[in-house]
Design a binder for this molecule. Structure first.
Ligand code: ZN
Length: 211
């Protein structure tokens, strides 16, 4: 895919997330790697629903701005994911409603936030890890994400929102949408007797669809 096509795809998918209420205001950011080692990231204070493809920030492998508008202040989250997961070519971070709600719940398992509710959650999100809370701009969060990213392509930032890496932009978007949907389901089912997938069923899915 050419750089122009990737820029257009970021704007198109950003608008789709915004139009469906999965992104709001200037929250959330999307990045994708280029073939030359540079990468694209949505600019600081930009609205995912109204991105101008030509102004999307281009950064080098160390995160320095090459061209375009100043990048999102959450660039360090994307960089941490890329550095720990070299096969990833796209990262999406959102403040989506239901995932943020789950990120605020007490008594969730930080090594595996979601109970095994559906096959698609197991296949696309896998074991969602919880990173501790840090205030906006605190780069200790990058270290926390880096530690978890080696074993998890999906990380939930406590009282903040999800970060997901994928081997393509559409894969990362699909996985974070599945994560948001699963968070919604988890909240709908809270307090109700629930038939979860068994450990055997989860192991079978992991064998059939390794991620
Ligand atoms: Zn954020």
């Amino acid at each position: 895919m050419s750089e122009q096509q990737l820029r257009d795809q970021i704007a198109e998918l950003g608008k789709s997330l915004y139009d469906r209420g999965i992104a709001h205001g200037s929250a959330g950011n999307i990045s994708a790697k280029l073939d030359d080692g540079n990468w694209l990231l949505t600019p600081t204070n930009s609205c995912l629903g109204r991105l101008d493809p030509s102004r999307i920030s281009k950064l080098d492998a160390s995160g320095r701005l090459v061209s375009g508008d100043p990048p999102s202040k959450e660039a360090f989250l994307h960089l941490a994911m890329y550095q720990e997961r070299p096969a990833s070519t796209a990262v999406v971070h959102l403040h989506s409603l239901h995932a943020v709600a789950v990120s605020c719940l007490a008594d969730i398992d930080p090594a595996n936030v979601f109970p095994p509710i559906t096959a698609y959650a197991v296949m696309q999100v896998g074991k969602l890890a919880l990173a501790p809370y840090y205030p906006p701009g605190d780069t200790s969060l990058a270290d926390a994400v880096r530690k978890l990213a080696t074993n998890h392509h999906a990380v939930l930032l406590a009282n903040h929102g999800p970060v997901v890496a994928g081997t393509s932009l559409s894969a990362a978007i699909n996985a974070i949408e599945e994560l948001e949907q699963t968070a919604h389901l988890m909240l709908l089912l809270q307090g109700r007797p629930t038939r979860l997938l068994t450990p055997e069923q989860v192991a079978d899915l992991n064998r059939r669809f390794p991620n």
